[in-house]
Design a protein around this ligand. Structure first.
Ligand code: DGL
Length: 262
């Protein structure tokens, strides 16, 4: 079973993509709504929450855990890998790989939470592969609460986005990494505001494709023991449940979803 966690509903964009790319693998999702957002918190707090989330998913039977949150991926991956004896997949390297594949000019924009941008992880990973490239980063702290609130088409969301993206518009980027798993839900607003020629990198799809390749490679090497059986149903847990969370979750999955509050 694939365990997936995020601070809230954003990681469901990753869970949904995994469901589509790996339909035979049951998922156990945990959205830590009660303690969201993570992106404004210290690395220490985000790591402590990530350890608890991972332990919860392992207790539910997870054999692999996907950190479906850029903020947690950027500060807690090493600690989780040291502490837990199962594969831990993060969302940053798959998005970086994708961005490196897509860019022509080598000028890449990254938008994310304070924790992610502060960690500088995207810039470090991109420049370690391509030292000549230029990375332009921008924190967008208001976007996560807007998404959690379900404000996916409001005038205020569009205004805030215009303001956040303004500084990136004259940097001649050709690729923009959506460095937060909540942002794919705002793709339809981001694309026209940054420019329709700019390639958007959605870490949810990049991560699901990465995981698929990971499983295929494991099968070839016969190291893959993670059960691909749909006998077990996917389960979705949240640490708090509100109407807007339920609505956004169902919008992502395009079907009624049973969210269990823990
Ligand atoms: N969706 C998460 C991320 O990718 C968490 C955002 C937050 O809780 O601040 O960063």
């Amino acid at each position: 079973m694939i365990g997936i966690f995020d601070s809230g509903v954003g990681g469901m964009t990753v869970a949904r993509a995994i469901e589509q790319f790996l339909p035979d693998h049951p998922i156990c999702y945990l959205g830590d709504i009660a303690r969201s957002p993570y992106g404004t918190k210290s690395s220490r707090t985000i790591s402590a929450y990530s350890i608890e989330n991972t332990q919860f998913l392992i207790n539910q039977g997870a054999e692999i855990v996907v950190i479906a949150c850029n903020s947690a991926s950027s500060v807690a991956t090493d600690q989780l890998r040291q502490k837990f004896n199962i594969p831990i997949i993060e969302v940053i390297s798959p998005a970086v790989q994708q961005a490196l594949k897509e860019t022509r000019s080598g000028r890449i924009g990254v938008i994310g939470t304070r924790a992610t941008i502060r960690s500088n992880v995207y810039e470090r990973q991109i420049l370690s592969k391509e030292p000549e490239f230029k990375v332009f980063s921008k924190t967008c702290p208001l976007l996560v609460p807007l998404v959690e609130e379900g404000w996916l088409n409001k005038r205020e969301t569009k205004m805030i986005l215009r303001r956040y993206l303004h500084g990136l518009k004259n940097k001649q980027i050709d690729t923009l990494v959506l460095g937060c798993t909540h942002y794919p839900l705002l793709k339809h607003l981001i694309q026209p505001r940054i420019g329709k020629k700019i390639k958007l990198i959605d870490s949810s799809i990049a991560t699901a494709q990465y995981l698929k390749r990971y499983f295929e490679k494991g099968k070839q090497l016969q190291t893959e023991k993670i059960s691909a059986t749909k006998k077990k149903e996917s389960t979705f847990f949240v640490t708090d449940l509100t109407q807007s969370v339920q609505q956004v979750a169902e919008k992502i999955f395009q079907r009624p979803l049973k969210l269990e509050r823990i």
